[in-house]
Structures are given as structure tokens and as C-alpha cells.
Design a protein around this ligand. Structure first.
Ligand code: SAM
Ligand code: SF4
Length: 325
């Protein structure tokens, strides 16, 4: 293994796999209220096919995998996939992004299967608001219990993903940040990306930071807390951290280290660009490992330099749930 890099000399070592486009929530910034048109089950990659892609990717230099969706835990037997991936030579970090609803049920099994860490989406600490944002019913306590279970079984650090929206949850920015002082909370404030729904609620990270000023100066964390683009800080003497993810106001494409595998088997080079390379058909036609590696390497070479949200170029072909956020 010599390491994989794209034509802009960015090292590519991280694969995000959307294991399903299905979800048990309907978050306002991600999905329409009546859901999306679902991909037929036979068009979704099997666990064996995902394993095949991950093996080829690992031989090329991918060492980190994150499972996402849709909601990855609604796919039956996810711990089995984790176990299959954890046995691949070269993959040393398997993580999961989840809405947390089924985390309490599966955390221990996932840990035993080889999962290292989880990120949980949590946009509010208020029960009624939680139901309104996720279009679910009485689920905040279930998610909070799931987070605690994940901590107890050692899926740590548990990071919380909070999409900040004006007039919806921006009055809780300080509440979330305060939790990091006494508790080992790792909160990441995410700028809302213009997928689907109304984005008049967009707030830039600079404004989120401004709202945190009364809590004291944010000290940069100089060690890496994850494999992604978040910039991390700590409030004075805080146990936990505060991260900012700024896909809109300050793109981080120059340090992008990732590839995405969609639930229906397309290799996607950028979350915010439509270009994809189909792997499913070649997989189903019996492509060899060497040919698969060649296909992936060729795809990586075509990874775009950056996204063009600032110029209003939006991806059109898929909802976030198919690509894997
Ligand atoms: N269902 C899982 C969950 O919610 O964590 C995994 C999939 S979800 C698409 C992955 C992440 O994308 C979540 O943290 C979610 O908050 C984020 N996300 C979804 N739509 C977004 C948007 N329009 N802007 C910013 N982040 C978004
Ligand atoms: Fe489902 Fe996650 Fe999208 Fe919410 S953000 S609708 S939980 S996929």
C-alpha cells in the first residue's frame, strides 16, 4: 500500500458509506415531510458488495470508514457489516453517524463488532422542538438514552452534530456550548446546507461564534479529534469541545480526504457535486479486485478541486439520504 491521492495531491484515506436511503426520521433540513422516493432494495449494495469495495479501497490506501445514510441503524444486521469491515487489513477506524434513535438497542453489539465511535445528530435539547425538527414523536429521551449507552460501552468520544437554524434552534447555541463545560460533550455546530428545504434559516459559523462570546474565549484544540473538516475549540477549563463545520461560509475542499459510496453503489467524489462512477454494475458482473482498484483509482483522479455552492451550483441528482451526509 502506497497511499492514495487525487490530482490535487490531496491524500484520500477516508470512505463514507451510505448503507441505506431509508430513515426513521424526517428532519426538516434533510427530507420532505412525506419522505423521498426510495431506492428498491435490490438496487442497494449488499453487505458483501460493500465489503468488496472497502477491501479494494483499503488496498489503495483507505484506512477510515464511516457508515451513514439515511439512518444506518434501520438497516438490518448493521453490526454484521461492522464486523466484516473491521476484519479488512488496513482499515483501522470504523465510525457511525446516526440519529441515535436505535443506538440504545445496538450500541453494545456495535462496539463488540469493532465500531470505534459514533456521531449523533442532536439539534435541540427541548422535547417538543425535537419532535418538530425531526417530525417524530416523543423521541428526544430515547436519543439521549442512546447517547448515554454509547458512552457507557466506550463508543467515544461521542460527537453531537447540531445543524443551527435561525428561528428554529439558534436560541440554544449557548445551552449546547454550556454542556461542554462540565460534561465530556463534543458539540459540532454545522452550517445548514441548501439541500431541499427552505434555507432562509441559514446562519454562518461566524455568527454562531459571536453568540458564544459571553461564555469566554474559545481556545483552539491543536490535536485531531476526528477525520473530518471540523475546527475544534474549548471554552476555558471545559471538559468537552466545540466544533464548527462550515461547508457554506468557508469551504474546506483543499483538505478533503474523502470518497463516498452511495447506497446504490455509486462512488461519489464530492457531496456537493453530481459526478458519480457506478460500481454496482461492475460488481454484479464479477469485476476482479485488481479491476475494481483500477476503477476506484481512476475515479479518485477525477475528484473535483472544490464545490461551487458559493456560485449557487447545487447538486441536483440526489437527496442527502442517498449520498450519506
Ligand atoms: N441519519 C443519520 C443522522 O442524522 O445522523 C445519518 C445521515 S444524516 C444525512 C448525516 C448528517 O447530515 C447529520 O448530522 C445531519 O444533521 C446532516 N445534515 C442533513 N441535512 C443537512 C443539511 N441540509 N445541512 C447540514 N447538515 C445536514
Ligand atoms: Fe434521517 Fe439523518 Fe436526514 Fe434526519 S438527518 S432525516 S435522521 S437521514
Amino acid at each position: 500500500m502506497t497511499g492514495l491521492s487525487d490530482s490535487f495531491q490531496r491524500p484520500i484515506n477516508y470512505l463514507r458509506v451510505s448503507v441505506t436511503d431509508r430513515c426513521n426520521m424526517r428532519c426538516v433540513y434533510c427530507m420532505p415531510a412525506d419522505g423521498i422516493c426510495l431506492i428498491p432494495h435490490q438496487e442497494i449494495l449488499s453487505y458483501e458488495e460493500i465489503q468488496h469495495v472497502a477491501e479494494a479501497a483499503a488496498e489503495l490506501g483507505i484506512s477510515k470508514v464511516r457508515l451513514t445514510g439515511g439512518e444506518p441503524l434501520v438497516r438490518l444486521g448493521l453490526p454484521k457489516l461492522v464486523q466484516m469491515l473491521s476484519r479488512i487489513e488496513g482499515i483501522d477506524d470504523i465510525a457511525l453517524t446516526t440519529n441515535g434513535m436505535l443506538l440504545g438497542r445496538y450500541a453494545a453489539e456495535l462496539k463488540m463488532a469493532g465500531l470505534r465511535r459514533v456521531n449523533v445528530s442532536l439539534d435541540t435539547l427541548k422535547p417538543e422542538r425535537f419532535d418538530a425538527i425531526t417530525r417524530s414523536s416523543d423521541k428526544l429521551s430515547v436519543v439521549l438514552e442512546g447517547i448515554e449507552t454509547a458512552r457507557k460501552v466506550g463508543l467515544t468520544p461521542v460527537k453531537l452534530n447540531t445543524v443551527v437554524m435561525a428561528g428554529i434552534n439558534d436560541d440554544e447555541i449557548v445551552d449546547f456550548a454550556r454542556q461542554t463545560i462540565d460534561e465530556d460533550w463534543h458539540v459540532r455546530f454545522i452550517e445548514q446546507m441548501p439541500f431541499g428545504a427552505d434555507t432562509s434559516s441559514f446562519i454562518p459559523a461566524s455568527e454562531i461564534r459571536r453568540r458564544l462570546e459571553p461564555l469566554g474565549e474559545l481556545e483552539p484544540c491543536h490535536y485531531a479529534i476526528g477525520n473530518g473538516p471540523a475546527k475544534y475549540f474549548r471554552l476555558p477549563n471545559a471538559k468537552g469541545t466545540i466544533g464548527f463545520i462550515t461547508p457554506v461560509s468557508e469551504h474546506f475542499c483543499f483538505q478533503c480526504n474523502r470518497l463516498r459510496l452511495t447506497s446504490d453503489g455509486k462512488l461519489r467524489l464530492c457531496l456537493l457535486a453530481d459526478d458519480e462512477i457506478d460500481l454496482k454494475q461492475p460488481l454484479r458482473q464479477g469485476i476482479s479486485q485488481a479491476e475494481l482498484k483500477e476503477l476506484i483509482a481512476k475515479a479518485v483522479a477525477s475528484k473535483p478541486e472544490r464545490h461551487h455552492l458559493a456560485e449557487n451550483h447545487l447538486p441536483h441528482n440526489r437527496p442527502m439520504t442517498q449520498v450519506g451526509g
